[in-house]
Ligand binder design. Sequence first.
Ligand code: PLP
Length: 412
Amino acid sequence: MIEARSAFGSDFSRDGGKLHWYGVNLEDLARRYGTPLYVYASDEVRRRIKLLKNALGVIPRFHLMYAVKANNNVEILKLVASEGVRFDCANLNEAALAMKVGAPYMISGIFYTKEELETALRLGATVNLDDPAAWDLVKGLLSEGVPRPKRLFIRLNPGWGRGAFSLILGGEGSKFGMKPDDARIVAREIGDMGIEFGVHAMVGSGIFDPSHFVRLASFLLDFALDVGAAAIDFGGGFGVPYKPDEAELDVRAIGDGIASLPNIEKVEVYAEPGRYILASAGVLLCKICSIKRTDPPIVGLDGGMNVLMRPALYKAYHEIVNVTRPMSDLIPTTIVGRICESTDEFGRNRPFPSASKAGDIVAILHAGAYGYVMSSNYNSTAKPAEALIEEGSVRLIRPREEPMCDIVKSFP
Ligand code: PLP
């Protein structure tokens, strides 16, 4: 057996030509549960959390949260919560998932309705206010006798943004967060009412420069000390190497940089990555339906943008491996799904075995974050199944949708 810890940090090996991941034969898995199939490795989730905790744990009063939006499977959430990680939730539905697994959580949504805020306050949730209008709604609810929150957060747009593809959430014209001047007014009013609060900002995703996170935390710290906030939250956005030649983000430099900010011990510090924890912990298995012998050949998989949206949405790169055959005699190949949409493409000119055949199993790597959660029923397709590798054994953690039945049943 050839053992290899790939450049991606996930355990892959070839045994008799067949690809194993965390000790499990991926082809066997695909045959057992069918394709398309998301497979996650609990060891990789724990390893990534440990990396973050070791690196960021040097920051005094630091707490790690996980952005549920990256992967919301309840078994994954239980796993993350068992590591003592809190949850960052985009809305009340994600908060319900956090409650289901008993994890402390914050709701960081935008354009809240009055009803949502009332529910959140009655649940005793910490809400991140994205807009002065949200604070106005909260004030109105408090005057109607809705319970006061123990803590609120205020989301700032610091005036700059950064991120891979279009994953930029801050700066001019961004829909996220409020201007510092507006935030100052909201902070004063919240403080005057004796409610504890923190300040939050996240300006983009897929960022590899540690100094970005230190700069953002420093901005938030200055702001917090100025307005009397008890906590700062510098969001997620931690970059993950999807390509073999990309280096890992230096999370230690982030921890050391933030830990050395003067007065950092005066506030609690939160981060809420999603991708960093889950991306490398998941692979998507698909089957080759057939191959068009064009030049270059076009390999058609049984899962496309309906199953993994990122390449169609952002032209995001995912490494693609033929699980069934050794990766030798590679020729430039186009790899696509079978959705009626020209953007339904996983990669062009990818080195892929020339001997590939219909029925071969293909793994799309780094699919653990923003994979299943962004899948759809487009072209009236059924959503895939999800399985989890835990201590060498595998179990199904979300069944496959039944193609026609579930779709037809969704109509009255
Ligand atoms: N927090 C908030 C408020 C977000 O909007 C996002 C992603 O969009 C995240 C955390 C997680 O980001 P990432 O998965 O890039 O770490």
